[in-house]
Write a protein that binds this ligand. Sequence first.
Ligand code: FES
Length: 248
Amino acid sequence: MQVTFKIWRQNGPKDKGKFESYPVDDLTDDMSFLEALDHLNERLVVAGKQVIAFEYDCREGICGQCGIFINGRAHGPHDHMTTCQLHMRSFKDGDTIVVEPWRAASFPIIKDLVVDRSAFDRIIEKGAYISSQTGTAPEANAILIPKSVADKAMDAAACIGCGACVATCKNSSAALFTAAKINHLNRLPQGKAEQHTRVKEMTWQMNLEGFGSCTFTGACEVECPEGISISNIAELNARLLKSKISGS
Ligand code: FES
């Protein structure tokens, strides 16, 4: 299989950047997309050229590190899939594949396809944890939680923080990410004690980081590899209103 990768090259945040084309052969259908980029990088090393910088960790759809735009879609052509789970059989022999980094002012480009997503870390630092002293691990069933509540909390907890929601949103909004992190904890009894401060602090940080406002286009839900529902954002808005009224 032979394809041409048209890849965004950028030396750093201040560099203007440009697309460069790389024809690559000897690819197979069962190679993952990242393995195809590895293959290209091996060729570049042999040719004494700079390798293409891209991020990954688990290569199993868990860590959220591997986000890139492929042919204009976050994580490539399939719904609810990370880049590392994408295989070359999704493309045709002779295809040109356009590869770009996440595009958002709050995610500045570090190099090539690698962006700085530390804005997400700073939102999490503001409240995506429980600070109460719990002592040793309690008996698992000491706090009874209805299955429907546990399921909804786990649905929100599925967010892997990849940033596809921001990159695909025309406003670069981080509302889906922030809502998922808040709702995960606020839906559970353990998260109730700090629910109001969590909502206020995390949304405040989200705005401080320069993410845009949510206008409910729904693009984030479509491109989210975990299929996190935008109903989380509606719930976040209701929680934010309640937290302001509560005065705590
Ligand atoms: S490398 Fe971990 S989700 Fe893709």
